[in-house]
Design a protein around this ligand. Sequence first.
Ligand code: ADP
Ligand code: 3PG
Ligand code: MG
Length: 406
Amino acid sequence: MRFFKKTISDVPLESTTVLLRADYNVPLKNDGTIADDFRIRASLPTVRRLLKDGCKVVIISHLGRPEGRDPKLSLEPAALRLAQLLGEPVRFVDQTVGDKVRMAIKRAPKRGVIVLENLRFHAEEEANDEDFARKLARDSGARYFVQDGFGVVHRDHASTAAITLFLPSVAGRLLEKEHTSITGAMSSPKRPLVAVMGGAKVSDKIGVIEKLVDKADTILIGGAMANTFLADSGVNVGASKYENDQGAVIKKIHEAVRQKVGDAKAAEFLRLPTDVTVAKRIERPTDVRYVGAKEVASNDMILDIGPRTAESYVKALRRAGTVVWNGTMGYAELAVFAKGSAAVAEALAEHPEVESVIGGGDTADFAIHWDKKKGGSFSHVSTGGGASLELMAGKKLPGIEHLLDA
Ligand code: ADP
Ligand code: 3PG
Ligand code: MG
């Protein structure tokens, strides 16, 4: 399936100045250093391609959610990491628009990389302010705008929307790959399509679950999301994290499932854990036990799927043509409660013939840290959290829609 927007391959960018929107919103450690550079590494194919074409590449991004200028959220560390990963010098300018930016870009060599300061130091960025977008276009001296910040394309901001009024705007390599992988898995998967859904909340992912009931052949539920489904069916989930206000949504989901596969096959289509991992407390747990899903005591917390459930989910994954995975199977921040998520990751990594598309901030983070090949064992690990969920749910994303049509 051809991507529906123009990309960097469709316009003559050779030897021009290009304004490149990346998503370098990376997690930081307490000391301010970068905790994980997955998103910076993911931007390399586009940056390298533009350098090969002799471009002057001016990179813009946001980092965090600052209110005004905040030195702790400077993009300078990201610029340094980019230079290391590229093996080429990267100039950092501590402003986003204005004379200093204009002069620095003018003086820079014809072929090279410049990173500007955090877009969100200006309130105009999130306000999708046209004047700010005009200045970004003008002060960068760019001939083209390239959108490659997939993680932020669900936002209507100056660098995802208004900017496209001022420069011919096309997609970068990462954006194209994210879009084709995610929409391809949802709309023309190799069957059977098995979805693994988990994480914190049903309410975060209603749009995706509803879409999956339509598109998938089996849905495997885990994480705190499973607690909500179990509690809704009348099972005692004890002291577990769950939502008690999702009854109407869950009823609608069950009805859609019955419509699709009939009463007899409903529980096979939308599967819930039959056993679970419980503990009395999360930190320093000493009393971790595996119990049947219906045998949770009132002071137990369900913190992972159980081994029997993991085994049966893995069986379904091995038989899949395509797997989409969004949401960890448990409290995977702690190794004792990461076994269910690790079983899913292992099943996908061991079966490269199964197309695997992993999305969601925490899930992608888990998968790339679990994997010796930093995510390379899977077909696609998305750099997007909200953006990948919205795309899976079939929504139109402003940062993509505004680009030039192919
Ligand atoms: P993603 O970012 O991949 O979309 P979510 O944010 O929805 O995923 O969910 C991940 C979070 O859910 C993690 O912080 C994880 O600890 C939490 N979580 C998953 N299962 C449980 C559980 N059984 N109890 C408590 N927290 C859970
Ligand atoms: C993300 O991390 O999901 C993106 O970079 C978007 O960030 P935001 O949620 O602060 O808009
Ligand atoms: Mg999350």
